[in-house]
Ligand binder design. Structure first.
Ligand code: NDP
Length: 336
């Protein structure tokens, strides 16, 4: 495993980070979830990402149980707040002082730890003053319940405003967690330049485009049994934006590049996001421990410029680059 600094902080994280969205507490049974976490630890992954909302808090519980007994100082545990949890009452979502200060306590209990290394705003809350949000995050840090703060799917302007307030409050906002893959490059024009200016890194989600960039979904054919595209508990709905024959055909055209590097397509997809020097980690999911074993081998892989160009040619116009799409998954109103 290789490690990178998160933003301009002294915190090092594993460049391949394990995330448990849609899997723990939902698609996969708890014993398989534990095996995936064990496989990650065995492969040198030290950084784990979850959120209070995943499987309506069950994912944090599963991760906390799987990491029990590990040396806390050797791990970096990240979680998030914003989306509705519990009964989804009027104050059970968003970034109000009340919800942030209550939610961190629930997360720490479920994760069986006294602090998280990174506490992230899962989206931007359009209904709470940013000053209130950042003051609450600063208090979480001062209480010792989180060491650093981060955000997810914020625009460049939102990042700048949040970062300035965090700086005034003396806390470190060091990360942004956006979707980023060969197929989804909307952060490149605005979020990445702003982040470089601010000393913020990206921890990027769905680097394999939820499994699509592994090449296992063939155009015109039914998805393989047990894959996310067949998961009726939520996965099938989430992956459908990529399940288009034009996209799947283009993805198959990348295989020769993976072959040339003697790596799998999933490894190529993960290595690809790590070529961007503003990316601190590829945030990878897995439904089986073998996938973790395969995916970690992307650490440290260098892709020569001519092969990066071949990937661009192969994917052509199915790649999404419009920076306005950053807010595509960010609600205009606080969700309930
Ligand atoms: P990936 O793009 O890594 O997709 C992971 C899925 O792809 C696996 O669950 C598995 O699904 C399939 N897969 C993984 N490896 C292989 C392989 N080698 N061969 C074939 N299939 C493979 O990322 P996710 O979409 O899971 O997201 C990763 C993490 O990012 C999340 O757990 C979460 O921590 C974070 N995230 C954050 C969001 C945010 O808003 N901040 C939003 C979404 C995710 P299967 O076997 O079922 O097909």
């Amino acid at each position: 495993m290789e490690f990178r600094y998160l933003g301009n902080s002294g915190l090092k994280i594993s460049e391949i980070t394990y995330g448990n969205w849609l899997t723990h507490g939902s698609q996969v049974e708890n014993d398989v979830a534990t095996q995936c976490v064990r496989a990650a630890l065995d492969a040198g992954i030290s950084t784990f990402d979850t959120a209070d909302v995943y499987a309506n808090t069950k994912a944090e519980t599963v991760l906390g149980e799987a990491l029990k007994g590990e040396r806390r100082e050797s791990l970096e545990i990240f979680t998030k707040v914003y989306w509705p949890t519990g009964p989804a009452g009027k104050n059970d979502s968003g970034l109000s002082r009340k919800h942030i200060l209550e939610s961190i306590n629930g997360s720490l209990t479920r994760l069986q730890t006294d602090y998280v290394d990174l506490y992230q705003a899962h989206r931007f809350d359009t209904e709470t003053p940013l000053e209130e949000t950042m003051q609450a995050f600063a208090d979480v840090v001062r209480q010792g319940k989180a060491l650093y703060i981060g955000v997810s799917e914020w625009t460049a302007d939102q990042l700048r405003a949040g970062h300035a307030l965090a700086q005034d409050l003396g806390v470190q906002l060091i990360s942004s967690q956006p979707q980023y893959s060969m197929l989804w490059r909307v952060i490149e024009d605005e979020v990445v330049p702003a982040s470089k200016e601010l000393g913020v890194s990206q921890i990027v989600w769905s680097p394999i485009a939820q499994g699509v960039l592994s090449g296992k979904y063939q155009p015109g054919q039914a998805p393989p049994e047990g894959s996310r595209a067949t998961d009726e508990k939520g996965g099938a709905d989430m992956i459908k934006r990529f399940m288009d024959d034009d996209v799947l055909t283009r993805v198959q055209a990348i295989k020769p590049v993976a072959d040339e590097l003697d790596i799998t397509m999933a490894q190529l997809a993960i290595a690809w996001v790590l070529q961007n020097d503003n990316v601190a980690a590829a945030l990878v999911g897995a439904s089986r421990p073998e996938q973790v074993g395969e995916n970690v081998k992307a650490a440290g892989v260098k892709i020569p410029a001519e092969l990066m160009a071949k990937i661009d040619d192969a994917l052509g116009d199915v790649v999404v680059r419009d920076p306005a799409k950053t807010t595509e998954t960010a609600p205009k109103k606080r969700p309930s």
